[in-house]
Design a protein around this ligand. Structure first.
Ligand code: PMV
Length: 314
């Protein structure tokens, strides 16, 4: 059995995070500068059924049989075996690596799951279709986030810009004119589940004002899609800023994110906002291509621990 390598990109949410959990539309795009990778290779000297999982980036190695069922890597592997109804796979080693920062809003967890699901299913000669890959990755996400919208597993599986509405079939769309985004990392780890859970408590205590914020956010995502499809991404800046103000009102921004947004705008970005769960993690800035490196440098001077320049579309 030949070794199989599968990889999956990171992602950013351009518009609509958090409101998307409550059924409003959001727009997300893949970020191929960072990747999760999984390699499945035969282990002919081990008895069948033996699966060794290695994650050298975090110094992790364990047999699948020795891991608790709810361990994130184990859960992803087991979900594939269950889906394929394989009780005792031929012995294999699964090596997982990733350049996507963890708990930073770039979809690291979903990308690792997608890479594992693809590598394991292909290694077992039963490659899964995108819909199944995304569905299984969603099950893993659910295990860890409680109530994820499904946007991360969708954009990462399809590796295309998506207009996402919870519970609806995947909708990809055309980027008529490519545009450039600078991503800046606050360096603050912020598990999505905490920001999502805190917002849920606020919404439960007093739903009406939050429903209004979610409606406005959904409207922004719709307007943004029209501009992107219409070839006017240069007009997205004010929508990003409005979305950021709504995210602040939801309580999911942070002083560090707000500061990097301000730095990006002062350095000439057309718009900027947090991306993903918030509270920490990454922010994004829309820039003219020729300003990308000066905005990235300004973000680094302003405290960003890492910057990525990425092109959407094209
Ligand atoms: O922080 P990330 O990359 O997991 O993005 C989360 C996006 C949210 O809308 C906040 C949550 C969700 O499940 O959609």
């Amino acid at each position: 059995m030949p070794a199989i390598t599968a990889s999956a990109p990171g992602k950013i949410i351009l518009f609509g995070e958090h409101a998307v959990v409550y059924g409003r539309p959001a727009i997300a795009v893949p970020v191929n500068q960072v990747k999760a990778r999984a390699v499945a290779m035969a282990n002919p000297h081990q008895p069948s059924g033996e699966v060794l999982i290695q994650a050298p980036d975090i110094g992790f190695e364990s047999r699948l049989s020795e891991l608790p069922g709810d361990h994130s890597l184990a859960f992803a592997v087991t979900s594939v075996l269950t889906e394929l109804e394989i009780l005792r796979p031929p012995a294999f080693t699964l090596r997982v690596t990733s350049t996507i920062p963890i708990a930073a809003g770039l979809g690291s967890g979903a990308a690792v799951s997608v890479a594992i699901i693809r590598a394991v299913s292909s290694f077992l000669c039963r490659p899964l279709a995108n819909e199944q890959v995304s569905g299984l990755a969603y099950e893993v996400e659910k295990h860890y986030h409680g109530s994820p919208s499904g946007i991360d597993n969708t954009v990462i599986t399809y590796n295309m810009p998506v207009y996402f509405v919870r519970g609806r079939p995947v909708e990809t769309f055309q980027v008529a004119n490519p545009f450039t985004i600078v991503i800046g990392d606050t360096g603050i780890k912020s598990p999505t589940a905490i920001a999502v859970g805190d917002l849920r408590k606020l919404w439960q205590a007093d739903p009406d004002p939050y429903e209004i914020l979610f409606d406005k956010t959904g409207q922004i995502a719709d307007d943004a899609r029209r501009l992107i499809e219409g070839g006017r991404p240069d007009k997205l800046g004010p929508l990003m800023f409005e979305n950021q103000l709504l995210l602040q009102e939801m309580g999911v921004s942070s002083p560090e994110l707000d500061y990097l947004v301000k730095v990006a705008l002062e350095a000439g970005a057309l718009g900027a906002k947090l991306s993903g769960g918030g509270r920490g993690g990454n922010m994004i800035a829309l820039v003219e291509p020729e300003q990308a490196s000066s905005v990235a440098k300004a973000l680094a001077r302003g405290g960003a621990t890492r910057t990525i320049i990425t092109k959407v579309g094209g």
